[in-house]
Ligand binder design. Structure first.
Ligand code: HAM
Length: 431
C-alpha cells in the first residue's frame, strides 16, 4: 500500500491532535522538574522503574477494567495481521501481566513504578486530555495487606509533601470496596449481581442530578427503604462504620485510619463512603486525592487494592495495591498553589565569535569546558556582537565568552555577565 499526498494550496495545520499537547522546551523543563521529584521520592522508598509497550492486545482490557474505558474511551484498531490491539488507557493491566509472566522469579514484595503516557478518548477539558503521563506506583505480593496499604498511602502523601504541599492543600479520601458490598448485600439484601451496577451508579453520584441518581437506583430495583439506608451510609460516614463495624472492611478501615494517625499523617486522610472508583478490579482499599483549593476542588489522582488481577493470567492470586497520578492534574495543582512555576534554562556559557575563523577554537574551548561539567553553547556564525549578545539573552544564557584573536592567543577570556553588564577577563581555570 502506498500513500500519496496530493500537492495542495492549503497549509497543513500546526496544532497537535485534539486533546494532546506539544511539549516545547519550556514545557519539557517543567515536566522534567516535576518528574524529577517523582523519581526521587518514589526511589527513596525502594520502588524500581519499569516500562512496557504503548500497545497491548485488546483482551487485556476487556476482562477487567472500567466499563467506561472499554466502551467509550479506548483507542483500538486492527493491525495488519488482523490482531485487535489497543493503545494503553492505563498501566495496571500491563503491570499485572508483567508480574504474571515472571511470577516465580520476582523477589517479593514487588515495588514497581512507571511514568507511561496513556490514551483515553475523552472530551478534553480542564485536567482531562486524551494523552497524559501517569505515575504508577504499585506493591504486589506483600505478606501484609495492611502494611502495603499503609505504605502506598504514605507514599502518595509524601510525593505531594515533597513539592511543599501540606494539609491545607490536599486531602486523601479513603474507602474500602468490601464495605460498600457489605452494605449492599448485608444491609440492603441486594443479590451479588446487583452490586457492580449499583456501585457504578454511586461512583457517578456527584456528576448526576439528585433525581437522575434516584431514578437510576430505582431502575436497579432499590426501594425507598434501601435508598434511605444508602443515605445513612453516605451521611453518617465514620459513625456508620463504628456502629456497623461488623460489616466486612469496616474494622479494617478503622484500624488503617488509626495507624495513619500514629504515623502523623492522620490529618491528610479522611473516610468518604462516596469513594468508589470506576474500575472493576478493585477489591479492598480505594482512595482518591483531592485538591482543597476553592477554585480547583478536583480529584488529583487515585488508586486502590486489586487482589484478583494477577490471577486473571492463570496464576495464583497475588495481593496488589497502587495508584495512578496524572501529570495534567498534578501540574494544575502545583501551579494553583504556586509550588512549582516556570523552570528557567540551566546553561552556563555562550561563546560569541568575533570572527567566523575562530569557530574551531571556540568549539575546542567548549569541549574543554564541557569536560569540566559546564554547559556551553557556541555561536554558529559571527554576526555583529550586539546580535550575538541579544541571542544569548533571549536564550536565557547568563554569561557570554567573547572570543577574539587575542583571547585565543593569550588564554585569557573576556566574560560578560548579561544581567549586570559586568565584563571580566578570566583564565580557563577561573571559568
Ligand atoms: P484512574 O483514576 O483512571 O486510575 O487514573 C489515575 C489518574 O490519572 C487520575 O486521577 C488522573 O490524575 C489521571 N488521569 C486519568 N484520566 C485522565 C485524563 N483523561 N486526562 C488527564 N489525566 C487523567 C487508573 O488509571 C488506575 N490504573 C490507577 C492505579 C494504579 N490503580 C492501581 N494502580
Amino acid at each position: 500500500m502506498s500513500h500519496h499526498v496530493a500537492a495542495t494550496a492549503v497549509a497543513l495545520p500546526t496544532q497537535p491532535y485534539k486533546g494532546t499537547r506539544d511539549f516545547y522546551p519550556q514545557d519539557m523543563r517543567f515536566r522534567e522538574a516535576m518528574f524529577n521529584v517523582l523519581h526521587r521520592v518514589v526511589r527513596s522508598y525502594g520502588y524500581e522503574q519499569i516500562d512496557a509497550p504503548l500497545i497491548e492486545p485488546i483482551e487485556l482490557y476487556l476482562a477487567k477494567t472500567s466499563e467506561e474505558i472499554v466502551n467509550q474511551q479506548i483507542y483500538s484498531f486492527t493491525d495488519r495481521g488482523q490482531r485487535q490491539v489497543a493503545i494503553r488507557p492505563e498501566m495496571t493491566p500491563t503491570v499485572a501481566r508483567m508480574v504474571a509472566a515472571r511470577f516465580q522469579e520476582l523477589p517479593r514484595p514487588i515495588r514497581w513504578y512507571s511514568i507511561p503516557n496513556v490514551w483515553r478518548y475523552e472530551q478534553p477539558g480542564k485536567g482531562r486530555l486524551r494523552e497524559h503521563w501517569q505515575l504508577n506506583c504499585d506493591i504486589l505480593g506483600a505478606p501484609s495487606e495492611k502494611l502495603a496499604d499503609l505504605e502506598i498511602l504514605l507514599l502518595a502523601i509524601d510525593i505531594l509533601r515533597s513539592f511543599g504541599a501540606n494539609e491545607s492543600h490536599f486531602r486523601v479520601y479513603v474507602s474500602h470496596r468490601a464495605i460498600l458490598n457489605a452494605v449492599l448485600g448485608d444491609e440492603l439484601k441486594l443479590p451479588p449481581e446487583k452490586w457492580l451496577p449499583v456501585a457504578r451508579i454511586l461512583d457517578k453520584k456527584d456528576k448526576l442530578k439528585p433525581e437522575a441518581f434516584v431514578a437510576l437506583l430505582e431502575a436497579e430495583g432499590l426501594n425507598a427503604l434501601q435508598r434511605a439506608e444508602l443515605d445513612f451510609f453516605f451521611i453518617e460516614k465514620l459513625d456508620y462504620l463504628k456502629k456497623k463495624y461488623h460489616l466486612a472492611g469496616a474494622e479494617y478501615l478503622l484500624e488503617l485510619l488509626a495507624e495513619l494517625q500514629k504515623l502523623g499523617v492522620g490529618d491528610f486522610v479522611e473516610y468518604d463512603p462516596g469513594i468508589v472508583r470506576g474500575f472493576d478490579y478493585y477489591t479492598g482499599l480505594v482512595f482518591e486525592v483531592f485538591d482543597r483549593h476553592p477554585e480547583n476542588r478536583r480529584s488529583l489522582f487515585g488508586g486502590g487494592r486489586y487482589d484478583n488481577l494477577v490471577s486473571a493470567f492463570g496464576r495464583e492470586a497475588m495481593g496488589a495495591v497502587g495508584f495512578g497520578m496524572g501529570d495534567v492534574t498534578l501540574e494544575d495543582f502545583l501551579r494553583t498553589h504556586q509550588l512549582l512555576g516556570d523552570v528557567p534554562r540551566s546553561i552556563d556559557y555562550f561563546i560569541a565569535l568575533l570572527d567566523e575563523k575562530l569557530a574551531v577554537a571556540a568549539m575546542e574551548l567548549a569541549a574543554r569546558l564541557r569536560a569540566k561539567g559546564r554547559k556551553v553553547e557556541v555561536a554558529l556564525g559571527a554576526p555583529r556582537l550586539g546580535r550575538q549578545l541579544q541571542e544569548a539573552e533571549r536564550k536565557q544564557i547568563p554569561r557570554v565568552i567573547i572570543l577574539g584573536e587575542d583571547e585565543v592567543a593569550s588564554g585569557r577570556y573576556s566574560v560578560k555577565t548579561l544581567a549586570t553588564g559586568e565584563q571580566k577577563s578570566l583564565t580557563f581555570e577561573e571559568l
